[in-house]
Design a protein around this ligand. Structure first.
Ligand code: SF4
Length: 462
């Protein structure tokens, strides 16, 4: 993967008000629904604590729980595979499909499949894979990447989708959402019946029962995973939870944090294999064990992929997911992209945050995302040394702030000089090395009196 140029992506997106409006509308709607729903779940905070505790248990004893899951899943009749990286995972899937002469596949939404880029791989082998989740179907038709962990087409308007289906799939032009959905439904229905195999991801892997869980709203995952005789679930190893007893705690916090629903419409728990069927589970590492070995990054493995942190993030609200240049977007997506795809690809991303802390507050499993982002910034600066201008500025700032006399005069000079850059009581355009501060935002002018001067005045008056 090439280096992600976050700043260039941001510039391109900001020039497109359609995307900006679509993302703002969708995220604020999801946040309002979340607030309303959780206000009606009295034990929501204690459910979060319980879910967090279960994930902590997994993290501290990971290999044992994974072994337990594999053993129980095999006992249930599933064929379990392990892949150390994306290539190995794709090879395993292809081998399964080759053995069954698979030509067409229907798939429910899976970010892990997106992560390993399985669609172009299968296409290159002559296998057609249809995404059946409406959002994924839209972006597959548009040949784009998902722009949100749970709502992949969040950046598109109804009008754009109508035009896309009309141009690419021959739908009679309509902007009526029900008619558009009905068209997609009709288009996909025959694919389910004709497909040679179904694919899915997994939201949870339950260690003590060897079950895997797929949650969804459209019924498409249920169709994809049960109509074809062959089912391949491709999932990251971090989806483990210790016990079926923990499952209700997770399911009760997932949908409210994600779409603001009380619960997803369908919860599919696979614990057995039907007669004449074959079910494979491909467990993918692809950098996850490396995250586990990292004392700071390991916390990100607790993510249950609700997408709430994206909805609440001021950067995401403005730009949507494509600015992050990766399948994983938003605050947690930064961490995952850095961990999975590496420093050379993702070195801009840890700076794509205001560190306001809203993501930490909203996260149902209380992942301290700002702390991890700050840690990644340290890593970037350690490796890259930081931009020259920024280093100069920080050194200058240190001198000014640690020497009272320099501070006093520096303050006076800055408060006089700012008149050249001030307009309507805002600093709108700083020069040279400071210019990036005002490229996208205005800042408040330096007040006429310093804190020390105000303090002295106050003491005098009292
Ligand atoms: S980090 Fe937390 S809020 Fe963000 S997607 Fe994961 S579980 Fe949801």
């Amino acid at each position: 993967m090439e280096r992600i140029d976050f700043y260039e992506n941001a510039r391109r997106i900001l020039a497109n008000p359609v995307i900006v409006n679509a993302v703002q509308k969708a995220t604020s709607h999801a946040l309002a629904k979340r607030l309303d729903t959780i206000s009606r779940i009295p034990d929501f905070e204690s459910l979060r604590d319980k879910a967090r505790a279960a994930k902590e248990e997994i993290i501290s004893n990971f290999e044992d729980f994974l072994e337990k899951f594999k053993k129980n899943a095999t006992r249930n009749g599933f064929i379990v595979h392990e892949a150390k990286d994306a290539k190995e995972a794709k090879d395993i899937v292809y081998e399964i499909f080759s053995n069954h002469n698979v030509k067409t596949v229907v798939s429910s939404k899976s970010m892990t499949q997106e992560e390993i880029e399985i669609n172009p791989f299968l296409e290159s082998k002559g296998i057609v894979k249809y995404e059946t989740d409406l959002g994924e179907f839209i972006i597959q038709t548009a040949k784009q990447k998902p722009s949100h962990i749970t709502a992949p087409a969040i950046h598109m308007t109804r009008k754009e989708i109508a035009q896309l289906f009309h141009d690419k799939l021959g739908m009679e032009y309509t902007e009526d959402p029900e008619e558009i959905t009905y068209f997609a439904r009709q288009f996909l229905r025959e694919k389910y019946f004709k497909a040679d195999a179904g694919m899915s991801g997994a939201n949870f892997l339950i260690a003590d029962t060897g079950s895997f869980v797929v949650v969804e709203n459209e019924g498409n995952a249920r169709m994809s995973t049960t109509l074809p005789k062959l089912h391949v679930a491709v999932t990251g190893i971090e989806k483990l939870i210790p016990s079926i007893k923990d499952f209700p705690n997770f399911i009760k916090i997932l949908a409210p944090s994600s779409t603001g629903q009380h619960q997803t419409v369908y919860t599919n728990i696979f614990s057995t294999v039907g007669r004449g069927r074959e079910v494979h589970i491909v467990l993918i590492d692809n950098g996850r064990r490396k995250m586990l070995a990292d004392p700071v990054l390991r916390e990100a493995l607790m993510c249950i992929r609700c997408g709430g942190c994206s909805n609440v993030c001021p950067i995401f609200q403005l730009l949507g997911g494509h600015a992050y240049g990766s399948v994983y977007s938003g605050p947690i997506g930064i961490i995952w992209t850095y961990a999975i795809f590496g420093h050379s690809v993702a070195r801009d991303l840890p700076f794509a945050s205001t560190l306001c802390g809203a993501c930490h507050e909203i996260c149902p499993v209380r992942i301290n995302i700002p702390k991890i982002l700050l840690h990644l910034r340290h890593r970037v600066v350690e490796k890259e040394g930081g931009p020259f201008a920024e280093r100069l500025l920080v050194e200058l700032w240190e001198k000014v702030m640690t020497h009272p006399t320099v501070n006093k005069f520096g303050f006076r000079i800055a408060s006089k000089a700012q008149v050249f850059f001030e307009r309507d009581r805002k600093i709108r355009c700083l020069p040279w090395i400071l210019s990036r501060w005002t490229e996208w935002k205005d800042i408040d002018p330096i007040p006429g009196k310093s804190f020390r001067e105000l303090w002295k005045e106050r003491q005098k008056n009292s």
